[in-house]
Design a protein around this ligand. Structure first.
Ligand code: GDG
Length: 478
C-alpha cells in the first residue's frame, strides 16, 4: 500500500507543549496513523490577507503535515458560510437554523479546488486518499478532474438526514452527487447510510443496497457505501482515567464538590442539546428535593464558532439558564451547576468522568459522540457510573445498555438522572460490562483499519458490505 493521505478541514500539528485540543476528528485519527507513512493536508487554522496566504509542509516522524492558510473571503464563504451555516445545520436536521442567504457554493467549491491543487503537487499513483467530513464533499470530483485514479474514500463524521430534509438544501443537486466520485463513502450508523441510499435512489436514480454499492456517475468504477462507527482508544483511555485519580487537580475538585457528580462535556454547539439538558436538570431538582445539596452537575463546554450569531446567542441562553438554576436551587454552600467554557486536558477529563456517578450525553442530533464512549471507558468496573444517552446520538446504535433518553423531553432526561443516581451497584456493573465490551470490540484502531481495508480492497463491492455488516452499529442499528 502507498502512503495514506488524510484530508480534513482543520489540521492541528501536534505541539507537545499545548497538549491535545478539543475536536473529535483530531483525537480519532492520530491513533490510526501512527504506523503508516502518511500525509495530512488541510487548513492551517490561520486567516490571512489573500496575497499573504501560504502552504507549509512540516514533518513529524512518519507524518507529513501540509497546511494552507485561508483568506478572509475563503473563511467567510467556505468555512463559516456554506460549511457551518448551511451544511452543519441541515445535516443535523435543523432547517430552521440554515442560513439560506449563504446558498452560494462558489467559495466552498473554490477552497476544495485549492486543496485538490495542493494534493496534486504531491500525490503519487498507489497513494490512498481518505477525505473527512462535510467541508470536503466535492474533493474527489476535483481530484478526478485532475486525472487522479487513486483510491479515494470519504467518511462523514456527522449525521445525514433523510432526503425529505436533504432536498431542502440549496444546491443539493450540485453538491451531493459529487459523493459518487469516491470509491467508498462511510457513515457512522446504519440510519445515516440508509438515508443516503434513499437520496441516491430518489434524486439521482441510483439503486443502492444498504449498505452496498452504487454505480459512480463518472463511470470510473463503483462507489460503495458502508457503516463504520467511529470508536475511541478504549484501553488507553481507561488507563488514563485510573491514573488521573491520583492527580492533585482531581483531588482538589472532589474536595470542593459535595456528594455525587453528574458530568457533561460538549463543544458549545446547538446540536449538543445543552439548553434542553439544563431544563432536564432543573426538572430533576424540582421533582427530587432529597437530592438538593447532594449532587453537583459539572458542565464543561469549550466555546466554538463564536462568530456565528446562533452560537453567540446560545452562549447567552446557556449562561442565563445555568445562573437561573443556581439562584433558584442553590445556597451559599452549594451550587447545583458548575458551568465553564474553560477547556481541560484529556487527562483531567478522564479523571472527572471516572469520578462522576452520571455521564449526561444528550445531543439533539450527533454523528457519533465520543464523549459517551470516553465516559464509559473511564469507569471503575467495580463501581461504575451510569451513562444517560440521547437516542439521537449515533453512539446509541451501539451503546444500548446505557439509559437511552429523548433529549427533547426534560421529564424523560430528568427522571433518568434520578434513576441513574439510584441504580443498584449490580445493575451498574452489568450495564458497564456490556458497554465496555462493545468499546473494546470496536476501538479507534479497528475503525481506521476497517475503513482503510474496505477502501483498498480490489475485488469490488462485497468488502465494504461485509465490513459494514460486521460492524456493531450495523448489527445493532434500530
Ligand atoms: C464530530 C461529530 C463525532 C471536549 N471538550 C474538551 C475536549 N473535548 C473532546 C472530547 C471528545 C471530543 O472533544 C468531542 O467529540 P464529539 O464526538 O463529542 O463531538 P464533535 O467535536 O462534534 O465531533 C461527532 C466526531 O466528530 C468523531 O467522528 O463523534 O458526532 O460531531 O473527544 O473529549 N478535549 C479536551 N478538553 C476539553 O475541554 N482535551
Amino acid at each position: 500500500m502507498g502512503r495514506i493521505f488524510i484530508i480534513s478541514n482543520r489540521v492541528a500539528i501536534p505541539d507537545p507543549k499545548r497538549g491535545v485540543q478539543a475536536g473529535g476528528l483530531e483525537v480519532a485519527l492520530r491513533n490510526t496513523l501512527t504506523n503508516h507513512s502518511s500525509v495530512w493536508l488541510g487548513w492551517s487554522g490561520e486567516i490571512k490577507a489573500q496575497d499573504a496566504c501560504q502552504t507549509r509542509t512540516i514533518t513529524r516522524g512518519t507524518m507529513t503535515y501540509i497546511v494552507s492558510d485561508l483568506s478572509e473571503e475563503d473563511y467567510k464563504e467556505y468555512y463559516s458560510g456554506f460549511a457551518n451555516q448551511v451544511l452543519w445545520p441541515i445535516l443535523h436536521y435543523r432547517l430552521d437554523l440554515a442560513e439560506f442567504t449563504r446558498r452560494d457554493l462558489s467559495g466552498y467549491l473554490r477552497v476544495n479546488e485549492h486543496f485538490a491543487d495542493e494534493i496534486t503537487k504531491v500525490l503519487e499513483p498507489g497513494d490512498i486518499v481518505w477525505v473527512h467530513d462535510y467541508h470536503l464533499i466535492p474533493l474527489a470530483r476535483a481530484l478526478r478532474a485532475r486525472g487522479h485514479h487513486n483510491r479515494i474514500g470519504f467518511f462523514l463524521h456527522i449525521p445525514i438526514p433523510p432526503p425529505e430534509i436533504l432536498t431542502a438544501m440549496p444546491n443539493h443537486d450540485r453538491l451531493l452527487p459529487a459523493l459518487c466520485d469516491y470509491d467508498l463513502v462511510g457513515f457512522q450508523t446504519q440510519g445515516d447510510c440508509a438515508n443516503f441510499a434513499r437520496y441516491l435512489a430518489s434524486e439521482i436514480g441510483i439503486p443502492a443496497r444498504i449498505p452496498g454499492a452504487a454505480r459512480s456517475t463518472t463511470g470510473i468504477g463503483k462507489m460503495r457505501i458502508g457503516v463504520f462507527p467511529v470508536g475511541i482508544e478504549t484501553e488507553e483511555f481507561a488507563r488514563m482515567a485510573t491514573r488521573a485519580q491520583e492527580s492533585n487537580f482531581l483531588k482538589r475538585v472532589l474536595k470542593s464538590v459535595p456528594g455525587e457528580i453528574v458530568i457533561g462535556v460538549d463543544r458549545l454547539d446547538y446540536s449538543k442539546g445543552l439548553a434542553q439538558r439544563l431544563d432536564a436538570y432543573q426538572y430533576f431538582l424540582a421533582t427530587n428535593p432529597e437530592w438538593r445539596g447532594k449532587v453537583t452537575y459539572l458542565q464543561i463546554t469549550p466555546k466554538s464558532r463564536s462568530n456565528i450569531p446562533e452560537y453567540a446567542e446560545m452562549q447567552t441562553q446557556i449562561d442565563t439558564k445555568a445562573g437561573h438554576i443556581n439562584s433558584s436551587f442553590g445556597d451559599v454552600s452549594w451550587s447545583p451547576v458548575r458551568y465553564t467554557n474553560q477547556p481541560y486536558s484529556r487527562n483531567a477529563l478522564a479523571g472527572l468522568y471516572r469520578a462522576a456517578r452520571v455521564g449526561l450525553v444528550t445531543p439533539l442530533r450527533d454523528g457519533m459522540n465520543l464523549v459517551a464512549k470516553e465516559y464509559v471507558a473511564a469507569q471503575d468496573p467495580d463501581n461504575p457510573g451510569v451513562l444517560i444517552l440521547s437516542r439521537f446520538a449515533g453512539a446509541a446504535a451501539e451503546l444500548d445498555a446505557a439509559l437511552i433518553v429523548n433529549p427533547y423531553d426534560p421529564e424523560s432526561v430528568g427522571s433518568a438522572i434520578a434513576r441513574a443516581l439510584a441504580l443498584p451497584r449490580e445493575e451498574r456493573v452489568a450495564r458497564q460490562r456490556a458497554l465496555f465490551a462493545i468499546l473494546l470490540g470496536n476501538d479507534i484502531n479497528s475503525w481506521g483499519q476497517r475503513f482503510l481495508k474496505a477502501l483498498t480492497r480490489k475485488t469490488g463491492e462485497s468488502e465494504a458490505r461485509n465490513a459494514a455488516l460486521k460492524s456493531p452499529a450495523a448489527t445493532r442499528a434500530h
